[in-house]
Design a protein around this ligand. Sequence first.
Ligand code: 28F
Length: 732
Amino acid sequence: MSEEISNYNAENIQVLEGMEAVRKRPAMYIGDTGERGYHHLVYEVVDNSIDEALAGYCSMIDVIINPDGSLTVQDNGRGIPVDMHPTQKKPAIEVVLTVLHAGGKFDGSNYKVSGGLHGVGVSCVNALSEWMKVEVKRAGKIHRMEFSRGLVTKKLEVVGECGDETGTKVTFFPDHAIFSCRAFKWEILTARLRELAFLNKGVTIHFRDDEGEAHHEETFHYEGGIDEFVEYLNAAKKAISPVIHFEGSREGTTGTVQAEVSLQYNDSYSTLEQTYCNNIRTIEGGTHLSGFRRALTSTINKYGADNKLIKEKDNLTGDDMREGLTVVVSVKVPQPQFEGQTKTKLGNSEVDGIVGSIVSDKLMTFFEENPSVAKVVIEKTLLAARAREAARAARESTRRKGVMDGLSLPGKLKDCSERDPAKTELYLVEGDSAGGSASTGRDRATQAILPLRGKVINVEKARIDRVLANSEIRTIITAIGCGYGEEWDISKARYHKIVIMTDADVDGAHIRTLLLTFFYRKMPELIERGYVYLAQPPLYKVERKQKSEYVLTDGELTQKLLTLGLDDFEVKNKAGETLEKDKAKELLTLLAEIEASAKMVEERGYKAEELVADETAQGSGASMLRKQFQSLSAYGYAPNDWFGGELKKLLDDVRAHGKVGLTITRFKGLGEMDAEELYDTTMNPEKRHMLRVKLSDAVEADRMFSLLMGDEVEPRRKFIEENALNVRNLDF
Ligand code: 28F
């Protein structure tokens, strides 16, 4: 008894209180207990390995999603010390893993951020994990400790020898009693691991997913660091300058401030600025960005004036100089101050001057040594300025004619009577006939209709003056009411829901994509605030004995018909045993999916049967088919039961049985529904299924739009080639 009591000394109570504090208010430490917080756990552990790499002791980091859903991070650093901690009277490894914020910077340079979301330390991950196992290789021995919800369940012990190998391995399983998220997502982790590899040149991060059936694997390693990051961001754009790289460091008030900038101009009209502090993405910008922008503007103006490329009257703006610019700014700041709504704005005022002086010195030198590049950049800037002036002139003149300003709305807008934008919705409807039905069927108090006749311009490839020359675009700008460019003011939005309503066919998809490109490139704040929606009109109407139902997608129709078809239908497995209802439904759904995959690979000129037989066949179609036939084996069936026709016949019979007594109408377009149907299925707030457009990852979104909408044909073809097979359209 006395032993236990003495164990509960001050340190242990501090640990207990710390763990308890984290588990009581987890969102305070990791942001939220949803998907973001769940993945934030991984970044906390990986950051320790990155710090060990920054200190120069680690070159390889492995991240593995394990089959049981736990996640392992392993590095080949020095290994967390296992000797007794001088003051805490327990091994250093236990201190690092159980005392809040105990990690800190190991080699004195305190770039690790404290407080807020960034750098809460691996002890928080421990507190929020159902279990955690840590293995350290150090001084020839393998040491291990285990924890549950932050508390020691297995004391430190030597479990083996490791020769001269060193490193740290942490495996953890998040506590599902705390998190609503249930699994790690490949796309989320790859985006951040790739970003970390770009930001820490030379580090190798190997990522493997052993849980999903897809068995993803990818290695990130960039000797070129953020230069390669800029190339990656510009992959689908046409470069018009080389990648220009600056770096330097200056003494700040809290230690050395390091700054690194890579930039490249491309022929697009958009600007991409990715800024980081201590590897943290500063989405809201801050003093490193303002320093960069100021230096870019002053250097271009100075070089342009000295070399007679710019005249006084050109009055160029910063925006003009950033048209077509992709830039990555990465600074390392001891004790950074994060401000702003989401604590992602760098506040240290001295960083502005430090970045500014590094960039202006080195950019001026670059221009002087590369006059042809300087000329290209300045000419592009001048064109941007002229286009901006032309747009402003056009706006002025139309304002004088009273067409564009808020007072007189475009004729074809069928506005609603409600004035509070929080209650009103604007439907951008493809075509006059659908526009007519929508206008007839709508709720006139809260729903406005704007029929779109012509094609919307592809803004990815057009400068501001040509964008505003497009009448559809002008009408949309006027209807929304926020103005444009320099005059943009989100508080003037006349609706807080802008709904894109197009046909479910290829033309509809194209118009929808053009509108999304316009909003993403020219009115991003509408998307950031969640004002933009996609209407989901039904694809089918299913009628049976005077009762009619609307079905949104092919997949849903498949499920409905399988349920109906299986009603009194006996399905057996290979061994001849009758399958109970939901097993039978699972099998038939699998057969429908196999049919769709086989059809898709055959459309691409492959023979499905050969792909399945050839273990080495690459490509998403082959791996999908192999996976599906693996699932089929659970029912005792083999591929030739499908290719031989037996299972295909079963699927056809169940389908036919499901359709008995049904009338299935496929809607070719919105115009085929009458006003009441269109309202009831797609606009009625009680029954509709609208999708809200949100930007999960700005880096990927920018790449996607330039890939799909940009000028470069080859990258687009490659992207579609790789991703087309993931498009699921179960034809029934
Ligand atoms: C998979 C996660 O956590 N790697 C880590 C080290 C290395 C040291 C360290 C970590 C010193 C006393 C605070 C080793 N030798 N990967 C990791 N690698 N922590 S975490 O030291 C902890 C500090 O407590 C380390 C010499 N100095 C530092």
